[in-house]
Design a protein around this ligand. Structure first.
Ligand SMILES: [Mn+2]
Length: 322
């Protein structure tokens, strides 16, 4: 595994007060990375605060460390850590941002804007893979909750080790976690298979809306505002819904549109190798990875469909000629 740069490790060792921030609507990787990092720093007798957006998905609420989230903030920190967050604007941050000596960004998004004073950015399966290596470099002992946090992060961001972002390192790190705890079977089921009734219904509604765009391998799904409201809001849309489109045989690109407010959509995109949907997400002001990205969209859905078909056509021609 690649070594974490000395300046990152020094920054964590030499400073005392930390604030951890994540991207808006934190997912398994964000929450897991925050908990593992926060608990690791506390073990080194550092003071750690968290400022994190709620609600957090039900399946992630079992961590004890969540009780420490969003306590009284200080006015000054030595370090503000931005984790799993590709731009400063996308971070969920306090209205009055505390002062800090150092902004440290730890992230794995290709589109990361390097907005920190220090940036620890690598394209890995999950931000928590970087966190694991940092904790090792700091000689932190990984306890069971931290192991669960790292496993949760990696497992959710890799679709239970199914996505193309999985590497040898991903598996080496996962195997290290089994030295802390003998089984993650229960946790895996909790993260990927179990859904509450509203989530089951929401998944059903998404499948019901599934259409294929003009005989191209593009799946398009829409959860309209009424459906989302009926089943408890966007917090009940599990990450796996976009994968349902992608798991349809013959599909290479999936778009899942969630109408979070009337006429306002949150779009999740998925692609199979070699298709790259991260450029289209950037074009609409979002970000992400080559094979999984997202953005906010208002406007005519038909135009978005046209755009996706255009991207597919361009890229498929490009790959044919290679
Ligand atoms: Mn992530």
């Amino acid at each position: 595994m690649k070594k974490i740069p000395d300046e990152i490790i020094e920054c964590l060792k030499e400073n005392q007060n930390f604030l951890i921030l994540l991207h808006q609507k934190p997912d398994g990787d964000a929450i897991g990375s925050a908990i593992a990092m926060g608990k690791g720093l506390k073990q080194l007798n550092k003071s750690v605060d968290y400022y994190i957006e709620f609600p957090i998905e039900d399946k992630l609420l079992f961590f004890n460390e969540i009780k420490c989230f969003n306590q009284q903030l200080q006015e000054n920190y030595d370090v503000i850590l931005f984790m799993d967050c590709s731009t400063g604007e996308f971070a969920f941050s306090p209205e009055k941002m505390p002062k800090t000596k150092v902004k440290l960004v730890i992230d794995h998004h290709k589109s990361n804007a390097h907005y920190g004073d220090l940036n620890c950015i690598e394209i890995t399966g999950a931000t928590a893979e970087i966190v694991f290596r940092i904790l090792r470099a700091l000689d932190v002992t990984i306890d069971e909750e931290m192991a669960d946090a790292i496993f949760t992060a990696i497992s959710t961001d890799t679709g239970s080790f199914q996505f193309s972002n999985v590497t040898t390192d991903t598996h080496i790190i996962a195997s290290e976690l089994y030295k802390v705890k003998p089984s993650y079977a229960h946790l895996s089921k909790r993260l990927h298979s179990q859904k509450n009734m509203d989530q089951m219904k929401m998944t059903g509604a998404a499948i019901h809306s599934l259409e294929i765009l003009d005989s191209m391998p593009i799946a398009f799904m829409v959860l309209d505002y009424d459906t989302i409201t009926k089943f408890g809001g966007s917090i009940n849309i599990s990450d796996d819904v976009a994968n349902v489109g992608q798991n349809t045989i013959g599909v290479d690109i999936t778009a899942l549109l969630k109408e979070v407010r009337p006429g306002e959509y949150r779009v999740s995109l998925r692609a199979k190798f070699p298709y790259d949907i991260h450029e289209i997400a950037l074009k609409y002001g979002g970000g992400g990875h080559e094979r999984a990205a997202g953005f906010n969209f208002t406007g005519d859905i038909e135009l978005l469909k046209e755009d996706l078909m255009e991207v597919y056509k361009e890229q498929s021609e490009q790959y044919e000629t290679v």
